[in-house]
Design a protein around this ligand. Structure first.
Ligand SMILES: Nc1ncnc2c1ncn2[C@@H]1O[C@H](COP(=O)(O)OP(=O)(O)O)[C@@H](O)[C@H]1O
Ligand SMILES: [Mg+2]
Length: 327
């Protein structure tokens, strides 16, 4: 089952029709549906889909070769991304989509990897008609390596797609048979994140679903937030404490600083900025304030983050999960 994403698919299809080379970074928070979208896009097209992992460089290259096998034999090419892509650029006969999913993992396997890919794009791919997709969930890493103006790959992209959570109307596509009230209840817990919405598809009442899908020990949704924070940030505990502060109703900067034990307002700003940038919190300013003002009020903007901090974290001991272990 695949819900909507028509706009995103249209953009990709349109670019795919063009004869030139394309390089598309695709990014968005974990579980939002990037991989699913890419799979829909490459279905029925000539494509190499490769999912990078945190293993070694060699292991990743071996798996890339394996992933390419149906399209082209590159088993004999040396263990270097440059040589692999040089070979691909010369020997791929038809227009081919090359996907590296979770590119940030690959970045960690080799020093200067993004610069290597910059070279690959400039020297080998840009004169072909192939279509390169670098996808990533770690937004911090995607900015640093691909999107930001200091990134080696900056200026090479011919387009980009940020994948956002689905709207309420789109989310309802998961629950054709449910009543409107149930759709609203589920959306208010999950927001428009497909991976969470999917868990609630069964035809059971909302309390049963919450109990089964969130509150049972070991269920993925129960430990989802610590998992995301751990993946995204180097100091997950600090972020956990800031989000807790906000969810407890500490909305202004001074209160959040106090709750989290920061020495100063300046010290906490980069953390708040990151959380806001990733779409997990939002800041609302009185209309009379300048945008850079420190007087805004902070709210958790992601529905599931909000739900988790309000109802799960505060009752951790009842659910018997150990938050310190989860981080
Ligand atoms: N548009 C969609 N329609 C139906 N299911 C979806 C959709 N997008 C994602 N999913 C499901 O949600 C889960 C997470 O999606 P995935 O593509 O793996 O997210 P990401 O790659 O962004 O982390 C998967 O189980 C996937 O099948
Ligand atoms: Mg994915």
């Amino acid at each position: 089952m695949f819900v909507d994403r028509k706009e995103e698919l249209d953009i990709l299809e349109k670019k795919f029709m063009e004869k030139q080379f394309h390089f598309f970074p695709i990014y968005g928070r974990r579980r939002v549906g990037k991989t699913e979208l890419i799979k829909q896009f490459i279905k029925d097209k000539k494509a190499i889909y490769f999912l990078a992992t945190s293993g070694s460089k060699r292991e990743n290259i071996e798996r890339f070769k394996e992933a390419a096998k149906e399209i082209i034999d590159i088993s004999f090419v040396t263990e270097s991304w440059r040589e692999i892509f040089e070979y691909l650029s010369k020997h791929l006969e038809e227009k081919t989509i090359i996907v590296i999913d979770e590119f940030p993992y690959l970045v960690e396997t080799e020093k200067g990897l993004s610069s290597i890919f910059q070279y690959i794009v400039d020297m080998y791919l840009s004169n072909t008609n192939n279509f390169l997709i670098l996808c990533g969930s770690s937004l911090g890493m995607m900015y640093k390596e691909v999107l930001g103006y200091r990134a080696p790959l900056y200026g090479r992209r011919t387009g980009q797609l940020e994948i956002s959570p689905l709207s309420f109307k789109e989310s309802a596509g998961f629950f054709k048979d449910k009543k409107i009230r149930e759709k609203i209840e589920i959306y208010s817990i999950c927001g428009g994140v497909p991976a969470y919405l999917k868990e609630f598809m069964e035809n059971k009442n909302i309390f049963t679903l919450i109990k089964e899908k969130i509150l049972s020990k070991g269920s993925p949704l129960l430990e989802e937030i610590p998992f995301i924070l751990r993946q995204e940030f180097r100091e997950p505990k600090t972020y956990m404490s800031i989000l807790s502060a906000i969810s407890l109703g500490n909305r202004n900067l001074g209160k959040i600083v106090n709750y989290c034990g920061f020495q100063s307002k300046t010290g906490i700003m980069p953390y708040l900025y990151n959380l806001e940038n990733l779409g997990y919190i939002k800041r609302e300013l009185p209309v009379t304030e300048k945008p850079r003002s420190k007087r805004g009020l902070y709210f958790i903007s992601d529905n599931y983050f909000d739900f988790w901090f309000k109802f799960i974290r505060r009752n951790m001991s009842l659910i018997e999960i150990d938050i310190r272990k989860a981080l």
